[in-house]
Design a protein around this ligand. Structure first.
Ligand code: NI
Length: 252
């Protein structure tokens, strides 16, 4: 019997073939001038970004990586710096399997109530931990609780080059509503250019991923990383921001 608190639960191996995401050999280079905040991106097709916050977690993240690998799905992991220092090997595996790593601060504070020095050190320590773990510098930030003031977003963008990445689909999986509910909320809320928020900290959230990913693939969605989604939104766009309507900025 599986319960939300049973962290030993292992997703059964797929019975028969599972749908497979196509290979997405596209660039993740996005124009730094394209925007400071995104909750979704206007893209020319059924592309979506699946994002996982608050890891890496010792058992849930590897289990999630197995699920994604079976389907050739690449995702973006907004990791907490102190967890990166605890489990650098999981971050290395995540990168080796084609996923993107993003910055989710070092101790997961509410940045909007901190002074600039604390904000910058939270972000810099995480940036450094990620580079130590996997050799790759992150390109985007997700603020814990989505809490970041507009002037902080500007400061972080100009210092680190990070756009602030919010989300357009939130299944409230951290409240543990049950896997079926998480799946149906994500599937019904997703449209082209969506950024989907999930937490790989929770076993019950990972439990929901096989059915969620399979349902979205069967609906024709293609999974890309956040940077690839941003790059697609700014493709053909001059660095002068000539076509700002190609991008949808989140409410600031
Ligand atoms: Ni978080």
């Amino acid at each position: 019997m599986k319960t939300a608190s049973n962290s030993d639960y292992r997703t059964p191996l797929p019975q028969g073939p599972v749908p497979r995401n196509p290979d997405m050999g596209m660039s993740g280079d996005f124009s730094k001038s394209s925007g400071v905040t995104f909750s979704r991106v206007s893209v020319p097709g059924p592309y979506v970004a699946l994002t996982f916050d608050d890891g890496p977690h010792a058992s849930n993240t590897p289990r999630l990586l197995d699920i994604l690998r079976a389907r050739n799905v690449k995702a973006t992991f907004y990791v907490i710096g102190k967890n990166v220092d605890l489990y650098p090997g999981i971050v290395r595996r995540t990168v080796a399997e084609g996923h993107e790593i993003g910055n989710h601060t070092y101790t997961h504070p509410k940045l909007s109530s901190l002074g600039n020095d604390r904000v910058m050190s939270e972000i810099r320590k995480t940036d450094d931990a990620i580079v130590r773990a996997c050799g790759i510098r992150p390109k985007t930030l997700r603020p814990p609780y989505g809490a970041l003031l507009q002037n902080q977003r500007q400061m972080i963008h100009s210092t680190f080059g990070y756009p602030t990445i919010m989300w357009s689909v939130d299944p409230l999986d951290w409240k543990r509503p049950g896997s079926g509910v998480v799946t149906s909320r994500i599937v019904s809320g997703t449209n082209n250019g969506a950024i989907i928020l999930v937490h790989d900290l929770h076993a019950s959230s990972v439990d929901a991923m096989p059915a969620t990913v399979d349902a979205l693939l069967r609906k024709g969605y293609k999974f890309v990383t956040v940077s690839q989604l941003l790059a697609m939104g700014s493709s053909g766009q001059a660095s002068t921001n000539a076509r700002p309507s190609a991008l949808v900025n989140a409410g600031q």
